[in-house]
Design a protein around this ligand. Structure first.
Ligand SMILES: [Zn+2]
Length: 461
């Protein structure tokens, strides 16, 4: 049976995989600072006979590890970073392990290591059966700021893949065939003239006024964009005291939409808001573009094959202790829980999603991921496995808790097997990749991937 040797290998290295995932959970690292995670993952790949290149695409914490030769070249996308301020212990209540520390509230420890397990398992079966092809594991940094893969892509890291897969832990199991959003991000630094706010305000030019007026403009702009567009901002610097006219103020913006082109058009209009606000307030503005990412481009051919792989793999059940843990977490976020019950049609009281969502049930997301960049370079597909309690909200302490728990580990190992089985199916039936490629070419319609990370942008250290 296809997958038997891959699954046996994944089961055999289970302890090692769980240990790395727990290490990443205990010592979560921020974007472009994933030095420990990258080392743990790279060491495991090296021990399994992969050729490891650190600094893939010129990004210090990015890994490109290769095994095998010839085609098809299968890119497996792992991620390594955590979220700020989301430190959490394994518990059914919110409690930081380290005050204000990083936490695995997006489960990237499961993501990075599930993908690692997939690469290791696939290699084992290819080797045993003498199958052709190349397995490439990518350790991708800085997904949470949506630019890690963009930087890697700019450096050419994904140029030679034939197709890719990306696993993400989730509340449900299924293949992501719905839309999500492309994104641009930037800081707007306004500079004005300080003055005593009571004594001689007429001599001041407030940079904070400019930030506020730009935000007002953005709020009016929302009315005149398509309904998929999302504009979010925060003020990261707004002065030091009310009686000092702020000569420096900064806002940070995200602009999202269902297509890269729409993002670029709306972003241009946001730039005009900044210029207008500067003119109105007698200040100047400097735009610090932080990069962006593409929307996803799910390949339906690969989606069908992956969907059947997910249905074939035997799944582990949950223990009563795990079910109790999940019930408590579901009760802690009732709104998210009732939303997912409606979406899945599951009855009240359900602890976990233990099925595979049909492709037709995929729902559009207005979030973003830099996986979209890789999916615009070669055919690709993304999927989730149930790795948390059913009602865990996105980027939450509940997710951070499950990511350090056996609940997360079970979802991670199931994902590893799905990654391996997809690779085996593609090798065994070359028509899959021919069809996937034709679909990709038709979707791209002659357009080439243009990296949203411009050449002048230095790699953040
Ligand atoms: Zn994530």
């Amino acid at each position: 049976m296809t997958g038997k040797q891959a699954f046996a290998k994944i089961d055999a290295v289970r302890d090692t995989l769980e240990e790395i995932a727990l290490n990443m959970w205990r010592e979560p690292e921020g974007p472009f600072r994933e030095h420990k995670a990258a080392k743990w993952v790279a060491d495991a790949l090296e021990a399994e006979g992969f050729t490891v290149e650190m600094g893939a695409g010129g990004v210090p914490t990015a890994i490109k590890a290769t095994w095998g030769s010839g085609r098809p070249v299968y890119g497996i996308l792992g991620e390594l970073d955590a979220l700020p301020g989301m430190s959490q212990i394994v518990a059914t209540h919110k409690e930081a392990a380290q005050q204000d520390g990083y936490g695995q509230a997006c489960g990237h420890n499961l993501l990075g290591v599930g993908s690692l397990g997939g690469a290791i398992g696939l290699k084992a079966e290819m080797e045993a059966r003498g199958l052709p092809g190349t397995v490439v594991y990518y350790g991708c940094p800085a997904e949470e700021i949506l630019v890690g893969k963009g930087y890697m892509a700019r450096g050419g890291a994904f140029d030679d893949i034939d197709y890719s897969v990306a696993y993400h832990p989730g509340t449900v199991t299924g293949v992501n065939v719905a839309r999500n959003t492309a994104l641009n991000s930037a800081y707007f630094h306004f500079k004005g003239i300080t003055a005593h706010a009571g004594g001689d305000p007429h001599n001041g030019r407030s940079a904070l006024d400019a930030v506020e007026i730009m935000n007002v403009g953005a709020n009016y702009l929302r009315e005149h964009v398509t309904s998929d567009v999302r504009i979010h901002y925060i003020i990261t610097e707004g002065g030091v005291a009310p009686n000092i006219v702020p000569d420096r103020a900064t806002s940070k913006y995200f602009v999202r939409a269902f297509t890269r082109q729409a993002v670029e058009e709306v972003y241009e209009r946001v730039l005009d808001l900044a210029k207008g606000a500067a003119i109105m307030t007698g200040t100047t503005v400097e735009v610090e573009y932080l990069g962006g990412c593409y929307q996803n481009l799910p390949n339906m051919k690969l989606a069908e094959v992956l969907d059947s792989a997910l249905r074939e793999i035997p799944r582990e059940g949950y223990t009563e202790e795990e079910r109790e843990f999940a019930r408590a977490l579901n009760a802690s976020a009732p709104k998210a829980y009732s939303t997912i019950l409606k979406r899945t049609g599951l009855p009240e009281g359900t602890e976990f999603h233990e099925d595979v969502l049909p492709l037709s049930a995929a729902a559009d997301s207005f979030g973003s991921t830099d996986v979209g960049d890789v999916q615009h370079i070669a055919p690709g597909i993304m999927f989730t496995t149930a790795s948390y309690n059913l009602g865990a909200p996105g980027h939450s302490w509940q997710i951070a808790a499950c990511s350090g728990h056996s609940i997360g580990m079970k979802g991670m190992l199931y994902a590893a097997k799905a990654i391996a089985l997809l690779g085996l199916k593609v090798i065994e039936d070359p028509q899959i990749l021919i069809d996937a490629r034709a679909e990709f070419d038709a979707a791209m319609a002659g357009q080439k991937y243009v990296c949203p990370i411009t050449d002048d942008m230095p790699i953040p250290q």
